[in-house]
Write a protein that binds this ligand. Structure first.
Ligand code: CUA
Length: 320
């Protein structure tokens, strides 16, 4: 039943890939560190193995000559590590400077990310669009993202796009992202934030500009309830059973932003921040027993009877 978006194997196979100039630079820096470490490791291994062989007891039973104090060696083993570290320090600073593009003053963010226990609210100020957990972006376009949190500290981490960024309650952090190609990039919360920290998954869907514009236009629309009795019964239940205290469906009376905006719920691939694939069966399971599926999540079990549950699921399926 549970749908693992990102298995452990996936996670490691994605660690070294890149979909942005930033992540490519970080990977390159990692390469330099790795090469340096390999060189040091080889030197150490050669000295240990070589020394053990040369001074082995079988060949030289007597204790070899003991050396105490050697200025030349001491200078070498101080200066060489110092220069090595200094080199890497400056290399790191260079790359940090390149990656951290300056904030243009007054520039409003293209996307707002508001972290919650345990999901991501994603807002597009220009399109008056709010969605959750799945961020759609135009590819090959630098985007300024602004992060904050509604509760505790979370951390945005989409490996292929480069840097991580903390989402901290009461303050804004900024990060430029730019995907160099189209695709789906997986991410996760990178700061322990409570019981369901592991299930704060992120998907970044990078699309071409035309596709993105279409998506924004679609997402900007309000829900237009038809006049059929099932939808009306659903909307009534949505208020009666207090769903509307946390969720909003734009175009109806439900306007709360405590939980994810449900206006275009069906356009998302997953439920509950990546724990379930979004289909009617999982939807039913999730509403019937959120604490069984994601213990500690803020979604309460509303104890709906079977009939009400079906009506609510039907309503959710209307939210295209
Ligand atoms: Cu949010 Cu960990």
């Amino acid at each position: 039943m549970i749908y693992y978006i990102l298995s452990v194997q996936d996670f490691f196979s994605r660690m070294y890939v890149s979909a942005s100039a930033e992540q490519t630079m970080i990977n390159r820096l990692f390469d330099y560190f790795l090469i340096m470490c390999l060189i040091i490791m080889i030197i150490v291994i050669v000295m240990v193995v070589g020394g053990s062989y040369r001074y082995r007891a079988k060949r030289r039973p007597e204790t070899p000559e003991q050396v105490s104090g050697n200025k030349t060696i001491e200078i070498i083993w101080t200066v060489v590590p110092f220069l090595t570290l200094a080199f890497f320090f400056f290399l790191t600073l260079q790359i940090m400077k390149k990656i951290d593009r300056p904030l243009e003053n007054q520039k409003n963010p293209d996307i707002d990310v508001i972290a919650h226990q345990y999901w991501w609210e994603i807002k597009y100020p220009a399109g008056s669009v709010t969605t959750a957990n799945e961020m759609v972006i135009p590819s090959k376009k630098p985007l300024l993202i602004r992060f904050t949190s509604k509760d505790v500290i979370h951390n945005w981490w989409v490996m292929e796009l480069g840097r991580k960024m903390d989402a901290i309650p009461g303050r804004y952090n900024f990060l430029w992202i730019e995907a160099d190609r189209e695709g789906t990039f997986m991410g996760t919360c990178g700061e322990y934030c409570g019981a369901q920290h592991a299930w704060m998954r992120i998907q970044v869907l990078s699309r071409d500009q035309e596709n993105f514009d279409q998506w924004i236009a679609e997402q900007g629309k309000n829900f237009e309830p038809g006049n059929d009795s099932v939808t009306n019964a659903g909307l009534k239940l949505f208020t009666q059973k207090t769903c509307s205290n946390c969720h909003s469906i734009r175009g109806t009376g439900a306007k709360s932003d405590v939980g994810p905006d449900l206006t275009h719920l069906m356009s998302r691939k997953t439920l509950a921040s990546g724990i379930l694939a979004n289909n009617p069966r999982n939807m039913r399971d999730w509403i019937a027993d959120p604490q069984g599926i994601k213990p500690g999540s803020r979604m309460p079990n509303l104890m709906l009877n079977q009939n009400d549950l079906e009506i609510i699921v039907k309503l959710m399926e209307e939210l295209k």
